[in-house]
Unconditional design. Structure first.
Length: 451
């Protein structure tokens, strides 16, 4: 990184950033209060509110959103007549899954092999630290040249829509000229990337019933309809022979015309076992950024341990469908539900229920904010041009903000590059990426103020 005062300040602040990230990671802020105490999320929210106050933010508030969680808001006034930039991150995290599978405790930030490990280190508590570093670097240099709003969401990972509904009820609160969503990541470490598209998502629960109660498989098996077998068959109908997603009426042949994702690199990033084939057709980028993708998230059925010789009377599953840009998530939900009902065999009784939904997103990459970010990233990542990539995941708030503020420019950056392994065991963040992206964000704010 070429020497400049902003970069030097960020470098000097990295030990503090590590200490703060360790404090934030220590909160077990999973927004599923059946699994984790609500006090953990409240503790993280209060930590963020205190951090914003310490940086001179006014109007700092804990927003009670309709889903029972809290989002943290703060406003930092800039020079008179300055543009307004909204910086977004979320402090809730995914559950750690199998804690025994972590090399170090999931809620204890641990340095290993040049990375910092801990749940939320990259997704997305590190994004909040990135925003703080950028603002501190500007304050230490010539000051923050724009009005800054910060919003830290408390339930993004749950997809329960609390902040989206709150924003719709208070449309003036998050209004901004440009919005920086700090919840995506570079295509790979060291390659500056903005995310220009996000797939949407829908969650549907399916229930299949065939009998009034379980039956002895020796006495009735072979003629009595097995609900679990029926469910397996209908779930199998969601994929073609090559593994491509097949939902009746839903297009699955779109192509991605941006950054390429080489198959061998994807196999390495996804840690695909030797000899196991990838699924689907087209390029990897087509499959993960431009086309629908179905995933069975869970099935309610008897566990192997303790199973009895029974024909199952009922079974259910939770199905996720990622929806590509250009497809309405509501329409995709209807198609998925209709498909599940149509492909349920043997006249079994079937019901479906939508659990959550978020629209896909496509950014306008020709806007002034993108030019300002490209110039900033060229300084933070010498010799590298900013790239445009898609993101297979969903950030439902993006479309809410785009609808509320159609004139606002929305950029997506962040720390969740492939090595971060977000949502998986041993999530980590690259401190070098945190440093570079903090510099890039600081320089972006300066560039954008004068554009």
């Amino acid at each position: 990184m070429s020497s400049n005062p902003v970069a030097e300040t960020v470098a000097s602040l990295m030990p503090r950033a590590r200490a703060e990230l360790a404090e934030l990671v220590a909160f077990q802020s999973v927004a599923d209060f059946d699994q984790y105490p609500k006090s953990e999320s409240e503790g993280a929210a209060n930590w963020i509110a205190d951090a914003l106050r310490a940086e001179g933010f006014t109007d700092v508030a804990l927003l009670d959103t309709p889903d029972g969680t809290q989002s943290v808001y703060g406003y930092l006034p800039g020079p008179e007549g300055a543009k307004t930039v909204l910086l977004y991150a979320h402090y809730d995290v995914q559950p750690p899954l199998d804690e025994a599978g972590w090399t170090s405790p999931p809620f204890e930030l641990t340095e290993r092999d040049g990375r910092w490990y801990g749940r939320g280190a990259a997704d997305c508590k590190g994004g909040l630290i990135m925003h703080l570093l950028a603002l501190r670097a500007l304050k230490a240099d010539s000051g923050v040249p724009v009005n800054v709003k910060v919003i830290a969401e408390g339930s993004e990972e749950q997809g329960t829509g609390g902040l989206e509904r709150y924003a719709e009820e208070h449309p003036e609160l998050l209004a901004a000229d440009t919005i920086v969503i700090g919840d995506t990541g570079n295509f790979r470490v060291g390659l500056p990337t903005v995310t220009s598209t996000l797939r949407g998502m829908t969650l549907v629960r399916i229930q299949v019933d065939t009998l009034e109660g379980n039956l002895h498989s020796g006495q009735f098996g072979g003629a009595a309809p097995d609900a679990l077998a029926a469910l397996i068959r209908v779930l199998d109908s969601l994929r073609a022979e090559d593994g491509s997603t097949t939902v009746d009426g839903l297009p699955g042949d779109s192509v991605w015309d941006g950054l390429a994702y080489e198959e061998e690199q994807f196999r390495k990033d996804a840690k695909v076992l030797d000899g196991v084939e990838l699924i689907g057709s087209g390029t990897v980028a087509d499959r993960i950024w431009a086309r629908p993708a179905v995933t069975v998230l869970g099935i309610d059925c008897p566990p192997v341990v303790g199973a009895t010789p029974s024909v199952q009377a009922g079974a259910r599953a939770l199905v996720s469908l990622r929806v590509p840009p250009g497809v309405d998530a509501g329409e995709a939900t209807k198609l998925l539900q209709a498909h599940l009902e149509a492909h349920t065999p043997w006249g079994a009784r079937v019901s479906t229920e939508q659990i959550g939904q978020g629209q896909a997103f496509r950014a306008d990459t020709t806007s002034p904010a993108y030019r300002a970010m490209a110039d900033a990233m060229a300084v933070a990542y010498p010799g590298q041009d900013m790239q445009y990539a898609g993101q297979g995941g969903s950030i439902p708030l993006c479309n809410t903000l785009a609808a509320l503020y159609p004139q606002a420019e929305i950029l997506l950056i962040g720390l969740s590059e492939p090595e971060a392994q977000i949502h998986a065991l041993n999530e980590s963040v690259s401190p070098e990426e945190l440093e570079r992206l903090s510099v890039a964000e600081a320089l972006f704010l300066r560039n954008y103020a004068t554009d």
